[in-house]
Design a protein around this ligand. Structure first.
Ligand SMILES: NC(=O)c1ccc[n+]([C@@H]2O[C@H](COP(=O)([O-])OP(=O)(O)OC[C@H]3O[C@@H](n4cnc5c(N)ncnc54)[C@H](O)[C@@H]3O)[C@@H](O)[C@H]2O)c1
Length: 477
């Protein structure tokens, strides 16, 4: 079973009226993938409508064409988003090809809603309400069989495609999200292990487990801690690393998984807001070395991210604020006030935004750069403060600088209102030197992310050095 759609087709299955075509097209746009609708492709090839093929040649003939076209589409090498026809999964051959070449998401819809949408649209199987409902009941088990995951909306499809599960209470179902029956190495932040570790272990059930506690916070992300894990790990290549904790734990454990036996699967169970909306998603893993933060790492996509917003109830206020800064950043990038939503919903929406960007650009060669909005300044201030400045405060200030350079006063107001950043006391020269060393500079030219307006980020922008320096200095008390 495919755990996610990275490097594979994303197929959207579901009953008539589920919205497969509209959702599929929008998701394809977000993932930067070509979109193809099976029925439209059939109509293009046959030169007539689906209804006409049904009427003239009968359902069996239509299904044969559908099976052939689905097979051709699934053989395309480049990962697509493919909206399947409502009956495509009736074919055993198509179900088999889907499981080999695609990650299939079932787009859920209530039968009454489906009927309201599908009736009167000239669909051959949506003529009579009673038979429509019996068809729904008859097909449901086939959808279940073909689907790797289920979703109700665009964000749900994106999250499923990235292997990310966000649900209140999902920690109790952790065992169901760890594939196969290979042995598990559980890596947990020692502080978090004391609060949620037992629940996680119980949820993992009777599988062979070793538990490794690592220090809370950035001190987990060291070569010493990494080596400790390497020395203690006993899993083979079929084993799996489960990381329970904030971004520091998932960064360390993910990198340990990326390097152990040249790469084993791993599952992130983020417990901090930063982890749930940012760090656990997208496959970047790393440790710090004296030369800088995150300098040694790997892209290693987690098999699953199992994110339970209920765990945030025990998160200290300080850590909550660190996460809120990333939530505001994400909301500005998405062009929606995501910070106003309830916590479970804002986690879901922010996670989906990041998941889509990272699926579109898993190795950070393009669009993923937008996620650095405000971070060039934030990193400079953190370095100048000797890492004594909370990350959330640094990001809030960094956002102010980037938004001022973007000429976006309304967005600056939002950040000031929601995050209330205050200028910091750091050495100006140290901050400037740190910014000049920024590792994201390309051949010495510093490229910034600006926000033309909420929802419209622009990355790789060269900004005159004097303006960058003035923006940085405006953050310093
Ligand atoms: N890989 C990525 O894409 C990515 C993205 C963003 C940040 N990061 C990294 O993430 C790290 C920061 O992550 P973080 O802010 O989660 O830090 P963290 O892992 O240090 O967690 C913050 C603190 O909160 C505590 N904590 C976590 N969950 C808790 C809970 N449910 N209840 C009580 N306490 C809890 C931890 O013990 C820790 O003290 C940085 O090292 C950063 O580089 C990585």
């Amino acid at each position: 079973v495919a755990p996610h759609a990275l490097g594979r087709h994303l197929a959207i299955a579901g009953f008539m009226g589920a919205g497969k075509t509209t959702t599929g097209a929008r998701v394809a746009e977000r993932l930067g993938r070509p979109f193809v609708d099976l029925d439209t492709e059939i109509e293009r090839r046959t030169g007539t409508t689906v209804a006409a093929t049904f009427a003239e040649n009968g359902e069996a003939a239509f299904r044969a064409i559908e099976e052939q076209v689905a097979s051709d589409l699934l053989l395309r090498a480049k990962p697509h988003v493919l909206a399947l026809g409502g009956g495509a999964v009736l074919s055993q051959a198509t179900r088999a090809e889907l499981s080999q070449r695609a990650f299939t998401v079932l787009l859920d819809v209530e039968p009454d809603v489906a009927w309201e949408r599908a009736r009167g649209a000239g669909r051959p199987l949506a003529v009579d309400e009673k038979s429509f409902h019996s068809l729904y009941a008859a097909r449901s088990p086939l959808y279940e069989e073909a689907a790797d995951a289920r979703a109700r909306d665009d964000d749900g499809v994106v999250l499923a495609a990235a292997g990310v599960y966000v649900h209140v209470g999902v920690l109790d179902l952790l065992g169901e999200h760890v594939p196969d029956d290979g042995a598990i190495e559980l890596v947990a932040d020692t502080h978090v292990a004391g609060i949620h570790g037992m629940e996680a272990q119980l949820a993992l059930g009777g599988r062979r487990i070793q538990v490794h506690e690592v220090p809370a916070g950035e001190s987990a992300k060291t070569s010493t801690q990494l080596e400790r894990l390497w020395r203690a790990f006993g899993i083979g290549r079929d084993g799996i690393v489960v990381a329970l904790g904030g971004g520091c734990t998932t960064d360390l454990a993910g990198f340990a998984a990326a390097t152990w036996k040249r790469g084993v699967r791993w599952i992130a169970v983020p417990t901090s807001l930063v982890g749930q909306v940012d760090a656990a998603i997208g496959g970047k893993t790393a440790i710090d070395i004296p030369g800088g933060k995150n300098l040694v790492g790997a892209f290693h996509w987690p098999t699953r991210v199992v994110s339970d917003p209920a765990l945030l109830e025990t998160l200290p206020e300080r850590e909550q604020r660190n996460g809120l800064a990333e939530v505001v950043k994400t909301g500005l990038l998405a062009g929606e006030p995501l910070w106003e939503l309830s916590e479970p919903e804002l986690v879901r929406r922010c996670a989906a935004y990041k998941a889509a960007v990272c699926l579109a650009d898993p190795h950070e060669l393009g669009a993923r750069a937008q996620l650095n909005l405000g971070h060039t300044f934030a990193h400079a201030l953190e370095a100048a403060a000797g890492y004594g400045l909370p990350h959330g405060e640094a990001v809030a200030l960094g956002l102010v600088a980037a938004l001022r350079l973007s000429g976006n006063a309304a967005a600056v107001d939002v950040v000031e209102h929601v995050l209330r950043p205050r200028p910091v006391r750091v050495d100006r020269e140290r901050a400037w030197a740190a910014l000049a060393r920024d590792k994201k500079a390309v051949r010495g030219v510093r490229k910034l992310v600006l926000l033309d307006e909420p929802g419209r980020p622009r990355w790789g922008v060269e900004v005159p050095e004097g303006d960058v320096r003035a923006a940085l200095e405006s953050l310093i008390a």
